[in-house]
Write a protein that binds this ligand. Structure first.
Ligand SMILES: Cc1cc2nc3c(=O)[nH]c(=O)nc-3n(C[C@H](O)[C@H](O)[C@H](O)COP(=O)(O)OP(=O)(O)OC[C@H]3O[C@@H](n4cnc5c(N)ncnc54)[C@H](O)[C@@H]3O)c2cc1C
Length: 450
């Protein structure tokens, strides 16, 4: 008798022999009962690994099982032979996550773990089932994909990946479909400049934990990667023609606030746990991590006023949208965003805490454009422009010495020149010779007054 489940025995022991034989084929014995509350499943021997993964996926997007990578392999042979997969280093083998089994023994009895005893249970969880009977099913423990590990791994690789890959990671809070509790979620939207086969290869090498499938990928031209109807930029396209890009009407209207931060080194796992906890408390603000590296790290920080080049792992966008009108709602949501910004302080750039000009944020400093405008400008200017701030002030002073073009966060002019309405070469030289970054700008003003 040959017992066959998935028929993947490398030397065909389940279906070839040099004497007459019959096959006990279990391919119809393939039911899979997933119990998400208990985080277990009863899996019959004739099921394939692909069926196991799919039935788990139907019930939960965060659970999995540490078995092999080929979906057509059968449970009967794979589990009984101690099959393993890509989560082995985290969770061990299939057999390390089996807690019960059913087997038909040589007397035709159907036994479970209790009735078969620990010796036989031990034997069929790694010793191959075929020597001991016919395994009917296994009870397995489901494992959870760990969000902290996944997010941490993204931080390790996102800025170092092939320059054709851009993986934006968004963290938010949603209601669990199983328990209605609030849970953290990470979403990975990817633009890859190449075909899906090369992407699969690169991702399997660099980020297998993400479990990217070929079916997750959609090949399209670059222009089709924009989805005018979505709140996200990088999502599969709607069936809208490229002419939809010509519409000047926003696809969605809401109240919003934004903030930014720069991440210089990976946030430690304990930090991620802390952030996830705080996000559950606050609920609204989401964090979108845009990976840097690649060409961004090769361009000099002074090439353009935008200074955030080499040394940045990612830029974070804090995003809060709300539908309710009124000041009260606005205050509430602004406050939630500020709280998350506050909690993030230990994990982001410091001295100064850097920011992105296009994520306009008046919280980081405001200019009243009075006599202290140069000092006030330094407060936000150095965050937006770092060492380029001084050159911007110089340009501004040269082209608009009266500060006609101004707003709450515009580039100010040098104080002496604005007040005196004249340019003095010696004063100018002196200004440029002083490091007026933040802490020293009052010293500069003192010098000028003298
Ligand atoms: C394409 C491919 C990819 C693979 N990938 C992996 C991998 O990622 N990780 C890994 O660990 N291994 C992998 N393997 C090896 C695979 O785990 C083994 O070949 C496994 O034994 C196949 O199980 P099966 O049920 O599909 O095979 P079958 O040929 O049906 O069975 C294999 C053996 O188990 C016995 N058997 C089958 N069902 C039962 C049962 N119900 N009760 C008692 N005995 C039974 C059979 O008689 C045979 O001796 C892969 C194999 C292939 C061909």
């Amino acid at each position: 008798m040959k017992t066959r489940s998935g028929g993947h025995d490398y030397d065909g022991l389940s279906y070839v022999y040099d004497e007459p034989f019959f096959i006990l084929d279990l391919f119809n014995l393939r039911s899979i009962q997933v119990d998400i509350d208990e985080e277990t499943a009863w899996v019959q021997a004739g099921a394939t690994l692909g069926e196991v993964y799919y039935r788990i996926y139907e019930k939960s997007k965060i659970h999995g099982f540490p078995a092999g990578v080929c979906p057509t392999v059968g449970v009967g042979g794979h589990f009984s032979g101690a099959g393993y997969g890509n989560m082995m280093r985290k969770y061990g083998l299939t057999v390390d996550n089996i807690i019960d089994a059913e087997i038909i023994d040589v007397h035709g009895r159907v036994l479970n773990r209790t009735t078969m005893g620990e010796d036989l249970f031990w034997a069929i969880t790694g010793g191959g089932g075929v020597s001991f009977g016919v395994v009917l099913s296994y009870k397995i423990i489901l494992v959870q994909q760990n969000l902290v590990d996944l997010v941490y791994k993204w931080q390790e690789i996102a800025d170092k990946l092939d320059e054709d890959i851009f993986i934006r990671m968004t963290l938010d809070v949603i209601n669990s479909t199983q328990t209605a509790e609030k849970i953290n979620r990470a979403t990975f939207n990817t633009l890859f400049l190449g075909d899906a086969n090369r992407l699969m290869k690169l991702m399997n090498e660099s980020f297998p934990e993400l479990g990217l499938q070929r079916s997750d990928c959609k090949e399209m031209s670059w222009v089709d990667s924009f989805n005018p109807g979505s709140k996200l930029i990088l999502v599969p396209p709607l069936r809208t023609p490229p002419t939809a890009l010509l519409s000047r009407v926003p696809q969605w209207l809401t109240h919003l606030t934004r903030k930014s931060d720069y991440v210089k080194k990976p946030i430690p796992k304990s930090g991620l746990e802390f952030i996830f906890k705080k996000m559950i408390e606050l609920v609204s603000p989401t964090l979108a991590f845009n990976p840097y590296g690649g060409k961004m790290a090769k361009i000099e920080a002074s090439a353009r006023p935008f200074p955030h080049r080499a040394g940045n792992l990612a830029k974070i966008q804090y995003a809060t949208n709300w539908a309710e009108d009124g000041v009260e709602a606005a205050d509430r949501y602004l406050n939630l965003t500020r709280q998350l910004f506050h909690y993030m302080t230990p994990f982001v750039s410091k001295n100064p805490r850097q920011a992105f000009l296009n994520y306009r944020d008046l919280d980081i400093g405001v200019n009243r454009n009075g006599k202290n405008s140069y000092i006030e400008g330094g407060v936000y200017g150095v965050k937006y422009f770092k060492g380029n701030y001084e050159r911007l002030v110089k340009v501004k002073t040269s082209v608009d010495p009266q500060n006609f073009f101004r707003n709450e966060q515009s580039i100010p002019v040098y104080p002496y020149i604005r007040q005196q309405n004249k340019t003095s070469v010696s004063v100018w030289d002196r200004i440029m010779g002083v490091d007026s970054m933040l802490g020293r700008s009052s010293e500069l003003c003192y010098n000028l007054k003298v």
